[in-house]
Design a protein around this ligand. Structure first.
Ligand code: KIV
Ligand code: ZN
Length: 520
């Protein structure tokens, strides 16, 4: 084990590679919200986006660079001048800016995708790093598809980019092809042979196509890698990236093996995971390690008995280490605004007066129908209610009739740009009927790409959380809604998504923002 005793650098790419998950498209304010949580989590680097790809991505990176302090803020760029200039423009305001430039090095990518010879690729890589270095002293270079590249070519190109000024060299397993043993050997070999290896950080970036992303990342650390690139909940292209929470908790729980825990503030893990789940609309499987609903649940009598007698019989981590509280009661319907604000501050939310007004009003509505509001409920209320979109559409009221011998029917009343509209429609179920009525009210019929419903906590009065994803003119619009009543939660989610769609249509030029953000 190559052990220099320093913490492993955690490079979070949820907002860049994670956002490349099929169907995921985050707005600028959603990305900013995730970046703030990543800063609370104390990741070392936030890869905030790929600015050349769209105005939305550029705006998000720029906003994060301007506001978020603590982590390095990084922007991705291909190894070409316009990408690197745009990346710098986006990230320049950061206290600690990084440019991350990449080019593919495998024969298959060079021949079929780039149509460049290895010599041309090497030249482009060196020129890209030199240009990036003219802007910032923190430059990362990635050899895309490194695990299917010729190791001798990797040595040549990494040595050349280090001489040109790269400070981090990244070895991606772009297609999730390598295995822990093979990757260990590759990292060990590169560490020995690359000229200037001791002057730079070695990074790895593993995809999960064979379910090995975390194992490969850990094998790389054992071989001397300094940085792991990963995403919250493991989201990302195809089968995703190495999962941040799994990597971090493995390094911590098995510090005896790796000797280099990450500097991440682990009690923020669950909140980060829940936020990313809600904003991306990508649900976490119940048995997902660390953050799945069952990750700390003991079902069998023998296990329960063991844990009650001595926790460590069946638990290798403490739930509180990842920020799992028992969802204890924090507030009820008699709680006042002051207690509400205090409780939110304890959870790390410092809201503006206007945000507090909105959140408190919604809390009161929910508390009227749900006796006990736990931390998870509170967070869900905030995360569903706070998105700072301007309200084109406000759902005022709705009513449904449904049953097994009647055609489901809904009436809705909305405020559309300040004007009241009421519509009725039938559907194949109460939720469908509400959606049809809302479509009528706004005069649009977007495609319902996805609909998901789940309970936020256990119990008969648990809050229902609905997530919908609408497709319209190439854009994707996600909405979440929360209520003790599942039809209401569904209606709220749909109205939120419609609101985003209407906002995008109003932008100058009428071009849907999500279309631009999603275009890759
Ligand atoms: O998977 C990959 O190769 C990447 C690079 C841009 C680092 O995401
Ligand atoms: Zn990747």
């Amino acid at each position: 084990m190559a052990d220099n005793g320093k913490p492993v650098i955690i490079f979070d790419t949820t907002l860049r590679d994670g956002e490349q998950s099929p169907g995921v498209s985050l707005t600028v304010s959603e990305k900013l919200e995730i970046a703030r949580q990543l800063a609370r989590l104390k990741v070392d680097v936030i890869e905030a986006g790929f600015p050349i790809t769209s105005p939305g991505d550029f705006a998000a990176v720029q906003a994060i660079a301007a506001e978020v302090r603590g982590p390095v803020i990084c922007a991705l760029a291909r190894a070409v001048r316009p990408d690197i200039e745009r990346a710098w423009e986006a990230v320049a305001a950061a206290a600690k800016p990084r440019i991350h430039t990449f080019i593919a090095t495998s024969p298959i990518h060079m021949k079929h995708k780039l149509r460049k010879s290895p010599g041309e690729v090497l030249k482009a890589a060196v020129a890209a790093v030199e240009l990036a270095r003219s802007f910032t002293p923190d430059v990362e270079f990635s050899a895309e598809d490194a695990t299917r590249s010729d190791p001798e070519f990797l040595i040549e190109i990494f040595s050349a980019v280090i001489a040109a000024g790269a400070t981090t060299i990244n070895i991606p397993d772009t297609v999730g092809y390598t295995t822990p043993e093979e990757f260990y050997r590759l990292i060990t070999y590169l560490r020995q042979k690359v000229a200037g290896a001791d002057r730079v950080a070695f990074s790895v970036h593993c995809h999960n196509d064979l379910g090995l992303a975390v194992a490969n990342s850990l094998a790389a650390v054992a071989a001397g890698a300094d940085q792991i690139e990963c995403t919250v909940n493991g989201i990302g292209e195809r089968a995703g990236n190495a999962s941040l929470e799994e990597v971090v908790m493995a390094l911590r729980t098995r510090a005896d093996q790796y000797g280099r825990p990450a500097g991440v503030h682990t009690p923020e893990i669950c909140r980060a995971s829940a936020l990313v789940e809600r904003l991306t609309g990508m649900p976490i499987q119940p048995n997902k390690a660390i953050v799945g609903a069952n990750a700390f649940a003991h079902e069998s009598g023998i296990h329960q008995d063991g844990v009650l007698k001595e926790r460590t019989t069946y638990e290798i981590m403490r739930p509180e280490d990842v920020g799992l509280s028992a969802g204890r009661l924090v507030l009820g319907k008699h709680s006042g605004r002051h207690a509400f604000r205090e409780r939110l501050a304890a959870l790390g939310y410092n809201l503006s007066e206007a945000e507090l007004d909105r959140a408190f009003a919604r809390f009161k509505e929910v508390a009227d129908r749900k006796k006990e509001i736990g931390e998870r409920d509170l967070e869900a209320i905030l995360q569903a209610e706070l998105p700072a979109e301007t309200s084109e559409l406000v759902l005022e009221s709705f009513q449904v009739t449904s049953g097994n011998r009647t055609v489901p029917m809904a009436t809705v009343s909305v405020l559309l740009r300040g004007e009241t509209r009421s519509e009725a429609a039938t559907g194949n179920g109460p939720v469908h009927a509400v959606y049809q009525a809302l479509n009528r009210a706004v005069g649009l019929s977007p495609e319902l790409r996805e609909y998901a419903l789940k309970a936020v906590t256990a119990g008969g009065d648990a809050l229902g959380e609905a997530t919908v994803r609408l497709g319209w003119e190439g854009g994707i619009y996600t909405g979440r809604g929360l209520a003790p009543d599942v039809v209401e939660a569904s209606a709220r989610a749909y109205a939120t998504a419609l609101n985003k769609l209407l906002n995008a249509r109003r932008k100058p030029g009428g071009k849907p923002a999500a279309l631009a953000e999603g275009a890759r």
